[in-house]
Design a protein around this ligand. Structure first.
Ligand SMILES: NC(=O)c1ccc[n+]([C@@H]2O[C@H](COP(=O)([O-])OP(=O)(O)OC[C@H]3O[C@@H](n4cnc5c(N)ncnc54)[C@H](OP(=O)(O)O)[C@@H]3O)[C@@H](O)[C@H]2O)c1
Length: 296
């Protein structure tokens, strides 16, 4: 099967639907938006760079001039920016689907102004706060849904209650993995309690994007071409997010590439990488963080 045939079989017209997406300017996000635009969805692009969003808006209107595209800024490493974005999102009539796709991996580490490791804040604290703050608003849609772009890397780390944000850890795969573990299982538990809103947890597979831009220059250049040849294209990887938009995952399920979570077309599977006890612990910690931040 080719990609366009897969889209025809698995996606349908989204006329009248509004989809908000974080990280739309990245390798996977751009491909997701092109497909959603071609299916007539109205889009809200949530990015930190207004220039990149404006450029993307022009490109998407070339794909489909009939859709409405709004732009809001959000910097996931800046709590005030996240709070402002939430207030601006609540001004829309409704959002049918919220896609949490932004992410950072091997970036320069620092502690943010609200006291978390920046990778942990970008990949977990901010998206969790965003979703939790928007739960009631999302119910304005008849069929609300949240789609999370997770990662197989969530399985590289087990949580450590003495070092929740992994600030003492040096290895970027462990730090990134811990943040993805937190966002994956906190949402798994949150939507068990809020099952009137559908959740799709998806893994895009492995694909070469800007996420490896922050590797040391030599490593970046060594891996660039082999990665492009060995792994799937951004367009094929993004199909997992598209399947998430049209399907849903139940408790301890996710959608990922059929072959070893790396190659192939999207498939829904059981997620056996976390015990219920650890998942509930993650939720408890996440709720405590949310309560603390809500009062800031
Ligand atoms: N590529 C893979 O193999 C792979 C595998 C598993 C999971 N993922 C996940 O897929 C998602 C998309 O990543 P990608 O591979 O497409 O990488 P990418 O090209 O680097 O895109 C990442 C997106 O996140 C945005 N972002 C980064 N830091 C941000 C911040 N502080 N505030 C707001 N937005 C921020 C980026 O914005 P800018 O354009 O402004 O930088 C960009 O739009 C991520 O959640 C990633 O963890 C990727």
């Amino acid at each position: 099967m080719n990609i366009d045939k897969w889209i025809k079989q698995n996606a349908h017209n989204l006329d009248g639907q509004t989809i908000a997406i974080t990280g739309s300017t990245g390798g996977i996000g751009k491909q997701v938006c092109k497909i959603l635009a071609s299916l007539n969805a109205n889009l809200i692009l949530l990015n930190r760079s207004m220039d990149s969003s404006n450029k993307q808006k022009e490109e998407l209107l070339n794909v489909n001039p009939k859709i409405k595209i709004d732009i809001l800024t959000i910097d996931m490493s800046d709590f005030n920016s996240v709070k402002n974005c939430i207030e601006n999102l609540k001004k829309f009539d409704k959002i049918d689907t919220l896609i949490l796709n932004s992410g950072a991996y091997a970036i320069h580490r620092k502690i943010t102004d609200i006291g978390y490791d920046n990778v942990f804040q970008i990949n977990f604290v901010s998206p969790y706060f965003l979703v939790k703050s928007l739960l009631q608003f999302l119910r304005k849609s008849k069929n609300p849904k949240v789609v999370l772009t997770s990662s197989i890397a969530h399985n590289y780390s087990k949580i450590d209650e003495k070092d929740i944000d992994f600030r003492t850890r040096k290895k970027s795969n462990k730090v990134y993995g811990n943040s993805k573990r937190f966002i994956t299982f906190s949402l798994m538990e949150l939507f068990k309690e809020n099952s009137d809103i559908a959740l799709s947890i998806v893994h895009p597979g492995i694909t070469f994007t800007n996420i490896t831009n922050h590797y040391p220059k030599l490593i970046y250049h060594i891996i660039k071409y082999p990665m492009k040849v060995i792994f799937i294209s951004n367009k094929k990887a993004c199909l997992n997010i598209i399947k998430g938009v049209f399907d849903k995952t139940d408790y301890m399920q996710w959608i990922g590439p059929s072959a070893s979570n790396i190659w192939g077309y999207p498939k829904k599977k059981k997620l056996k990488t976390c015990t219920k006890e650890e998942s509930q612990k993650i939720f408890e910690i996440s709720e405590n963080i949310y309560k603390k931040l809500k009062n800031l």
